[in-house]
Design a protein around this ligand. Structure first.
Ligand SMILES: Nc1nc2c(c(=O)[nH]1)N[C@H]1C(S)=C(S)[C@@H](COP(=O)(O)O)O[C@H]1N2
Ligand SMILES: [Mo]
Length: 434
């Protein structure tokens, strides 16, 4: 079955044009891509221009499993326990309570790690699982790798967060009065772990990538995603430019020194450091390698910026996450007056290391620097602490504002987009001094 995934072929050409412009502007290069590779990629994309409108897509009937997962019960298709003091259930997803992270270290244990499931966690038998690499971007035929095959290849480890592009979305509504569609996350759609696995580049090299390849697209083995209006969008899948795929992407089989938990992609997930969480496909079953730019709903209708200030077809597909901060405090926490508290929190950036975090306990009138507790790195978070001695009882707000090595500082407001992605403004954390 061949089907177009956007109603308008011209918007796909527009996407392609914009994406190539993005590479030229240095977006991809900033992630470590050599210019030589970019030129080759651009040449290949140019040859393919106009041929990218017809796309294979699975059109299966909506599945009962996917429909049931959308009901928002206490067991939304997530396997691990979700105690109330650690998680807030949001439909099929579980958001980490930031105050619960106060008892954790730099790495987020699986017991505290947020879960974002389009449908439900599938149970996969690692003994029969294989990863199929296929597509017209390969020199030879398709290749299959078992888990044992992957583990025989050189292993690599990396600490990185996985963060949903919509993390902080609810603040578009509560701080800016601009509603956005999608899961109403506060700031807990992020976790930071030590991932171990094999570089995707290592596997692609063995599969034999042709010089015409431009995009790769990993697909998950979870159920097809069916939207609220009953449209089946097929497997959860999102293309990656080959430039990023060959750079620092990992096929991870361990999280924090243990096999991946079921909810986080067992037996193998893609881990795309610093990029929007959707790029890190869980339960990966196959990866298409293509000589033409690839599309899926997750890089056309979702995960671009739409809205008043953006073109009708949306921005270029989202790549990196942004810059944020959060206090390890419950919302509306009660804080005793007339004692010194040690406020704690975390800041993170996808583009650089955190250089400073400024805190205001008087609603922005004065700011002082927090003490950083970790050596800052890009694509992971930095914990901080600051003393606070509140004197006046009553409601107030706490502000944390991070700056990174690229010189970016969290702004006061984020330009609105209809799907509420990449909220980076300073969050006004309500507390009551008692
Ligand atoms: N196969 C598959 N991969 C997926 C998803 C999914 O629903 N299915 N959700 C994505 C999204 S939107 C995010 S934010 C991250 C969340 O990863 P986590 O559940 O391990 O925290 O996984 C991504 N990978
Ligand atoms: Mo996400």
């Amino acid at each position: 079955m061949i089907s177009k995934e956007t109603s308008d072929g011209s918007s796909e050409e527009e996407y392609d044009r914009r994406r190539r412009a993005q590479w030229l502007a240095g977006e991809a290069r900033a992630d470590g891509v050599a210019r030589r590779d970019m030129l080759r990629l651009l040449a290949a994309a140019g040859v393919a221009a106009g041929a990218a409108t017809a796309l294979p897509m699975t059109l299966a009937a909506p599945r009962a499993q996917a429909a049931a997962a959308g009901t928002g019960t206490a067991t939304p298709g997530i396997v691990k326990p979700l105690p109330e003091d650690r998680f807030t259930i949001r439909g099929t997803n579980a958001e980490t309570k930031f105050d619960a992270l106060a008892q954790t270290g730099h790495l987020t244990p699986a017991s505290h790690f947020f879960v974002r499931n389009h449908t439900a966690t599938p149970r996969i038998d690692a003994k029969t699982w294989t990863l199929r690499i296929w597509g017209d971007g390969l020199r030879g035929g398709e290749r299959e790798f078992t888990l044992a095959d992957l583990k025989r290849l050189p292993a690599t480890s990396r600490t990185a967060f996985v963060e949903c592009a919509g993390n902080g979305r609810s603040f578009f509504t509560t701080q800016q009065g601009q509603p956005a569609s999608g899961t109403a996350w506060t700031l807990g759609a992020i976790g930071n772990a030590r991932w171990r696995g094999v570089r995707l580049s290592e596997v692609l090299r063995r599969a034999g990538v042709s010089r015409h390849a431009v995009d790769v697209m990993p697909s998950g083995l979870d159920a097809d995603y069916v939207t609220d209006d009953g449209t089946n969008l097929g497997r959860v899948r999102r293309p990656l430019p080959l430039s990023k795929a060959l750079d620092d992407v990992i096929l991870a089989y361990e999280m924090n020194g243990a096999p991946l938990p079921a909810d986080h992609g067992y037996p193998v997930r893609v881990l795309v450091p610093a990029w929007v969480g959707i790029a890190s496909i869980k339960w990966v079953g196959d990866i298409e390698v293509s000589s033409k730019p690839l599309f899926s709903p997750w890089n056309t209708q979702f995960y671009r910026l739409f809205g008043e200030t953006y073109p009708p077809e949306g921005s270029a597909p989202l790549t990196r996450q942004t810059l944020k901060s959060a206090f390890e405090l419950p919302w509306n926490a009660s804080v005793d007056a007339a004692t010194t508290h040690h406020l704690t929190g975390r800041s993170w950036s996808a583009t650089g290391a955190i250089t400073r975090v400024d805190i205001s306990t008087d609603e922005g009138a004065t700011w002082h620097r927090a003490r950083l507790k970790d050596t800052p790195h890009r694509a992971t978070w930095t914990r901080w602490t600051t003393p606070w001695h509140p004197r006046t009882p009553g409601p107030t707000t706490l502000l944390a504002r991070a700056t990174d090595t690229t010189g970016r500082t969290q702004p006061e407001t984020t330009v609105h987009n209809t799907q509420g992605y990449l909220f980076d403004a300073v969050v006004r954390h309500a507390v009551t001094v008692v």
